[in-house]
Design a protein around this ligand. Sequence first.
Ligand SMILES: *Cc1c(COP(=O)(O)O)cnc(C)c1O
Length: 361
Amino acid sequence: MIPYDDLGLVNKSFEDDFKKEFNAILSNGWYILGKYLKEFETSYAAFNKSAHCIGVANGLDALILALKNYNFNQGDEVIVPSNTFIATILAVLHNNLKPVLVEPDINTYNIDPSKIEEAITSKTKAIIVVHLYGKCCDMEKIVPIAKKHGLKIIEDTAQAHGAMYKNQLTGTFGDIGCFSFYPGKNLGALGDGGAVITNDDDIAKKIRQLRNYGSEIKYYNEEVGFNSRLDEMQAAFLSIKLKSLDKITAHKRKLANIYLENLSDDFITPQVHEHFFDVYHIFNIRHPKRDAIREHLLQNNIRAEIHYPVAPNKQKALREIFKEKSFPISEKIHNTTLSLPCSFCHSEENIYKVVEALNKF
Ligand SMILES: *Cc1c(COP(=O)(O)O)cnc(C)c1O
């Protein structure tokens, strides 16, 4: 069986280093907000060419704290793409703000810049762009729109560690970049983890407090904060994997290229453009017979996944909020997309087998 992903196998290559750091942390007895977190924050800020990195508990919290830092008024509006993973929308709702969904571009699957302005009202305060599947959004068009209307840009870069547009890294175009280190992400921990990056000293200070009970000095609380910290163990594991992130990305890009060069024209493959350095968190194809293809692959001992089977506006949790609106492009993507194996754990031979099976469909 060719799995969709095998995190045990992915992490096997780091086993010796993980065990060494685990033993060191176990015996030093300092598990939260210590030197391993500082070290990871320093190296992840440097990796992203960003002034600050603040480790938090997960990607959803990164987004929640990024919004919280602005103290927007209840009912203010935040623009979000309609085909994102639900976390982006939940972060807006948990801040008592109103998510306004904007449709994606059918070719890039990212928010369609030409549809943003019509969604802006006097209550709009921010845009959260999502660099879906590991492709950077069209930031050259989005940044000027935000500037013109005085909106903040928060980047959900949970799927795009190291992705670039014109050699600029995702997470550095706007005011704040929000990362997830959920185990399956391109840079994945051995549990939950997340981070915020920013070049703004005041935002960094505020989010650093918010993640730790609103406190900078222990037992002195300046803000109504949260407990959302990246622990020492995860920070140590992430520091180890960060050293290999470029290698992981290169591997995924090599596998993606095998698909791009060999899949038959029956399948719609991800758009490739010289200005975009894609990191293929997900390599998806689109086809009207998506479910039959998935079944056909399974018959050939290959597992494919769907990201995501249900559009956010159709989820039971959110249905009521968006019931008056329809999002046909988003739904078309949800109904036709299929994610193929494209992980650090896969060999080139694995991918050629998937191609062969697909081209026989
Ligand atoms: C994974 C993901 C998140 C949430 O990250 P968690 O660490 O699981 O909380 C947010 N947005 C997107 C686009 C994601 O893929």
